[in-house]
Design a protein around this ligand. Structure first.
Ligand SMILES: [Zn+2]
Length: 313
């Protein structure tokens, strides 16, 4: 059997044909064109699925942003798809492709992808965070995805790490997402220009508007004072949150994905040190903090892994 994974994003969607051991055999990426309405999106996603299908692909896994009902296969609503309310996505796609379709929230799909194909392989207790435009996360505990009563649980990006800190998209102040996401970093860099315009960050970026997480970490690696100051704030917020997850879930591994995770030592070395400052001594040495090995393909592999999770590998 081969797997088909659909990473449904607000800007683009990707469909991948994936081997059972998590190798991407073929991949299609297209613009989502949300403005054309949901029927058009569903039609074009279905077409891409059929283009990659053969007799060895009876199942499709879809990772979708927003609030989903995984049992009924419904996207209840999603900030990325303004006209989608209670869309029966699995039924619609199944009707057009003849496949059995499974749906999961994209952040939860990310942790499943790590469990089946990535840094979570062989582990039963996993916390995974994706640092991107927002911060998504998922938890596997005793081998099972933690979803909560309504299935919307493990919003790891919305724990408060700076009381009265920056406003978050969710309406609360000081969430992890408001400090350590790529969006938050861009905001800090725009705000810092007036006082720190001589920083290397802005030389690397060209203009303050273009300055992003990559410029920040590149400048921090070269010892730029302003970049190190922002880096430390991002790391401190992450460390407080991760220390909390470690205390609550007692994971074997904490996996960090998303574009920011490619920063390497300039992020991970201080992060590991700072987490130790925030955890109880009895937790020291019980976990690892590692970058996601899947990164670019995490969306497709996460979606494909939903199939493994639901049909039992
Ligand atoms: Zn929030």
């Amino acid at each position: 059997m081969k797997l088909i994974g659909v990473d449904l994003g607000g800007t683009t969607f990707s469909v991948g044909l994936v081997s059972e051991d998590g190798k991407i055999l073929k991949k299609i990426t297209r613009d989502t064109l949300v403005v054309n309405g949901k029927d058009d999106v569903i039609r074009r996603v279905s077409e891409a699925i059929l283009e990659l299908s053969d007799e060895e692909t009876p199942y499709v896994g879809i990772g979708s942003p927003g609030s989903i009902d995984r049992e009924k296969g419904i996207v209840r609503f999603s900030p990325n798809f303004p006209d989608w309310y209670n869309v029966h996505l699995t039924e619609e796609i199944s009707k057009r492709t003849g496949k059995k379709v499974f749906l999961e929230n994209d952040a939860n799909a990310f942790v499943l992808g790590e469990k089946w194909f990535g840094a979570g392989k062989g582990h039963d207790h996993i916390v995974a965070l994706t640092l991107g435009t927002g911060i998504g996360g998922g938890v596997v505990t005793h081998g099972h995805l933690l979803t909560g009563k309504d299935g919307i649980g493990a919003e790891l990006g919305h724990v408060v790490v700076e009381p009265n800190g920056p406003m978050c998209n969710c309406g609360t102040r000081g969430c992890l997402e408001a400090i350590s996401s790529a969006t938050a970093i861009r905001r800090f860099l725009r705000e810092g220009y007036k006082k720190y315009h001589e920083s290397l960050v802005y030389k690397l970026a060209g203009t303050p508007e273009k300055a992003d997480a990559k410029h920040l970490f590149d400048a921090a690696r070269q010892g730029d004072r302003f970049a190190l100051m922002i880096r430390d704030r991002v790391v401190d917020a992450l460390a407080r949150a991760i220390a909390g997850y470690i205390h609550i879930f007692n994971p074997e591994v904490v996996i960090i994905g998303g574009g920011i995770s490619k920063a390497g030592d300039v992020l991970f070395v201080p992060l590991k040190e700072r987490v130790i400052d925030y955890i109880m001594p009895s937790f020291v040495g019980t976990y690892e903090i590692v970058p996601s090995p899947l990164v670019e393909d995490a969306g497709i592999l996460g979606a494909a892994s939903i199939i493994k999770e639901r049909i039992g590998g």
